[in-house]
Design a protein around this ligand. Structure first.
Ligand SMILES: Nc1nc2c(ncn2[C@@H]2O[C@H](COP(=O)(O)OP(=O)(O)OP(=O)(O)O)[C@@H](O)[C@H]2O)c(=O)[nH]1
Ligand SMILES: [Mg+2]
Length: 203
């Protein structure tokens, strides 16, 4: 059994027109597109957000193919890594795929591959381009990553990549990624211009 975790507790400051997670992208809320992209390779979904987002996110995910659990931040604005921790704490399967709420071009074949590569390890994380890890497009052993996040945060370290280095992780390099997916899978939508461009391609 596999869980998908979507972190959505950010403030969409670059987007600037309300919460991008629920903004309609070519007729469908952005987070619903993200959830739908992973539906075929997960069994259950966890969404991390701030308490005031819960009602709108639940509406956006109404009728989803799998059970949806909402994991609310106890402390808001602690950064995406804190969101990963809170989301993973609500996971009941051994492994979970974590994504940001703004990645509408996720490639399910690659997610499937990440689950396979993580088996027996703590994490499988892609690294493409100039050596950038993709920690919000990765599979984690939920308890191990949540513990590592908690430790980093307790030390005052909010860097999203920090907890990975405490784990037994496997890296999928660009060649392996590209066997399964286009690099669009990592594309995330931050500004109204990026939103409009994505809508053209999806509409
Ligand atoms: N729980 C939680 N999630 C966050 C936080 N900051 C960002 N995120 C999530 O992390 C992912 C990547 O963040 P960004 O793309 O920067 O989103 P954002 O912070 O809402 O947008 P900007 O304000 O424009 O940076 C998104 O899915 C956000 O919802 C936070 O403080 N807490
Ligand atoms: Mg941000």
């Amino acid at each position: 059994m596999r869980t998908g975790v979507i972190i959505a507790g950010g403030y969409s400051t670059r987007f600037g027109e309300g919460d991008k997670a629920v903004a309609s992208l070519a007729g469908t809320p952005l987070i619903r597109r993200v959830a739908d992209r992973m539906a075929g390779v997960i069994d259950t979904l966890v969404v991390n957000c701030r308490p005031e987002q819960t009602a709108a996110l639940r509406t956006a995910l109404d009728g989803y193919d799998h059970p949806v659990t909402v994991a609310e931040d106890a402390e808001c604005d602690e950064g995406p890594m804190a969101g990963i921790m809170t989301g993973l704490r609500a996971v009941e399967t051994e492994y979970a795929f974590v994504a940001a709420c703004d990645m509408p071009f996720l490639e399910p074949v690659l997610i499937d591959r990440l689950f396979d590569r993580a088996a027996g390890r703590d994490a499988a994380v892609p690294r493409v381009g100039d050596g950038w890890f993709q920690p919000t497009h990765a599979v984690y052993r939920a308890s191990a990553m949540a513990d590592a996040c908690e430790l980093a945060l307790a030390e005052g370290n909010h860097k999203i990549i920090e907890p990975l280095f405490a784990l037994d992780y496997v890296v999928l390099g660009e060649d392996e990624v590209c066997e399964h997916a286009s690099l669009d899978t990592f594309e995330n939508i931050n500004t109204p211009e990026e939103f409009a461009h994505a809508a053209e391609r999806l509409g």
